[in-house]
Design a protein around this ligand. Structure first.
Ligand code: ACM
Length: 514
């Protein structure tokens, strides 16, 4: 009898231990889901697995179909499986089912549930957007070989039996890429959008103009790109996006439920525009192009109607090809613009953006202009937002010493800057937007990559990864659910996925020791 009890006890302990072990190996998802309940066993995706889809309406089914095409495209290269997409709300055993039927309003736009049992995988959300976030999680539930670009054989494509119930803390989780200081091609930008979307980044802000370059075709002012787009920092050949290319970037992002936010920085950071058209300058002459890295020397004329006609034309053209409800008007480091003129200028430009149906965003100190009110969103990069707080302006938190992706990790980082200090991976993770602003005013978080000292895709990858995973989690997962020592283990496991995706991430030796 005693022997029997010992054996039973041993079996119970062994099962429990196995489960704990398995659990440790399973929830390495980033950003961490709100709730993850693991069962026993796993469901296997096989060559017979199809993707069933059904929305509450035909329109939703069509939208879910696009999400199904997206995830099929991600799962096919490594599995080599066909993944038929079938419109039906009655999936037989052994399949993946994506649906909004039974989705609940509390899930909001982006929430989703993934129920995996012996029969299959079901992702339910209130909106198709939620399913798009859910399929990104599904990728991380599969072995990391799923991210390989060629067929992997001799592997079981397992998904642990589990229930995930998830939704984001903040609705705005952004990455900014400065394509003005150094130009990056349409394909390079698309690649970054695709990589960021897997961590549920849902906004990509493109800094499209600065002293060194103007990067979007404006049909009424062709010299903006022919002259203003002809170079970059260091004197390289620069480049620009045609409006067609910009629309393609927007579409590509939309397929991943990522919104592209265009920025034209003004009244400072405008030398490329001033070099393109003489009428924008007091003497009527074009300024020389600039390929250095100084800031704060250029300014639009703030009391000349020609300036405002020009800006109106630009915002009108861009608004027609940019579906985002936001339009970023810059507003930083306007040191060559007297403060009273700055205040007047940003007020007028915000109104032009509003006239074209857009919500303006501006860097601080835009909030200090008496002409700016709570209809404008502050992108807070310095630790000062008193005016914004008083005016109840919503904020995107991008504090330079925490969130700037161009800051070096440490003294031996080969590129990037250090004016806001070093930002090691832990520093990048260990903060919360509410350290800088009251929660009710926080729209979300954005991590900007300025590119004065970054000129290649490899360098871009190195500065963005792995820090972007931390920013994605800060934006998605509530503060109380996050801590560095636990996150670090999950991040370590993500290394293999990033490697399989050929991301040139910084292999921080305190995280990846070998
Ligand atoms: C900024 O870093 N100048 C917004």
């Amino acid at each position: 009898m005693t022997g029997f009890i010992v054996v039973v006890a041993f079996i119970i302990i062994a099962i429990a231990y196995k489960d704990v072990k398995a659990q440790e190996n399973v929830n390495d998802i980033i950003p961490k889901p709100l709730s993850f309940e693991k069962g026993v066993g796993e469901f296997n995706i096989t060559n017979d697995t199809s993707i069933y889809i059904k929305g509450k309406t035909e329109k939703e089914t069509d939208e879910i179909n696009k999400v199904a095409e997206f995830i099929k495209g991600k799962l096919q290269p490594s599995t080599g499986f066909e993944f038929k997409i079938i419109k039906s709300d009655n999936p037989p055993e052994g399949n993946i089912y994506l649906t909004t039927i039974g989705g609940e309003e509390v899930q909001g736009d982006e929430g989703y549930k993934i129920i995996t049992d012996n029969q299959g995988i079901k992702i339910i959300s209130f909106k198709p957007e939620g399913i798009s976030r859910g399929v990104q999680t599904l990728r991380q539930l599969l072995p990391s070989d799923i991210e390989k670009a060629t067929v992997v054989s001799n592997i079981k494509w397992t998904v642990p039996i589990s229930t995930i119930d998830d939704k984001p803390e903040y609705s705005y989780r952004g990455l900014m890429i400065d394509v003005a200081r150094h130009f990056f091609t349409e394909d390079e930008v698309k690649r970054q959008i695709d990589l960021a979307a897997q961590y549920k980044i849902n906004r990509v802000h493109l800094h499209l103009s600065d002293d060194q370059g103007w990067r979007l075709e404006i049909k009424k002012y062709p010299d903006l790109t022919l002259i203003g787009g002809s170079t970059e920092v260091g004197g390289g050949q620069g480049g620009y996006y045609t409006q067609e290319q910009f629309k393609e970037i927007v579409e590509y992002a939309k397929d991943r439920y990522v919104e592209i936010i265009p920025e034209f920085d003004m009244p400072g950071h405008t030398n490329a525009a001033l070099a393109s058209y003489g009428f924008l300058n007091p003497d009527g002459e074009r300024k020389p192009l600039y390929t250095g890295t100084n800031v704060g020397f250029s300014s639009f004329m703030t009391h000349d109607e020609k300036t405002y006609e020009f800006i109106d034309d630009v915002i009108k053209e861009v608004s027609e090809i940019s579906p985002s409800k936001y339009f970023h008007i810059g507003g930083d480091e306007a040191e060559a613009t007297p403060k009273a003129d700055y205040d007047y200028f940003v007020g007028r430009v915000a109104k032009i953006a509003e006239k074209y149906g857009k919500t303006p965003i501006g860097w601080d100190p835009i909030d200090t202009s008496p002409e700016i009110n709570s209809s404008v969103i502050l992108q807070n990069w310095k630790d000062s937002n008193e005016a914004a707080r008083k005016k109840n302006m919503k904020m995107i938190i991008s504090i330079a010493s925490k969130a700037y992706l161009d800051m070096k990790y440490n003294e031996s980082t080969p590129y990037g800057s250090d004016w806001a200090g070093y930002i090691p991976v832990e520093t990048a993770y260990n903060w919360d937007p509410t350290d800088f602003a009251p929660k009710n005013l926080v729209l979300g978080i954005e991590a900007p990559l300025w590119t004065e000292n970054i000129s290649t895709q490899d360098q871009m990858d190195y500065m963005i990864y792995p820090r972007l995973l931390g920013y994605a989690e800060i934006g998605w997962t509530p503060k109380e659910e996050r801590n560095w020592s636990e996150y670090k283990v999950r991040l370590q496991k993500q290394g293999e996925r990033m490697m399989n995706e050929e991301i040139n991430y910084y292999k921080d030796p305190t995280i990846w020791s070998n």
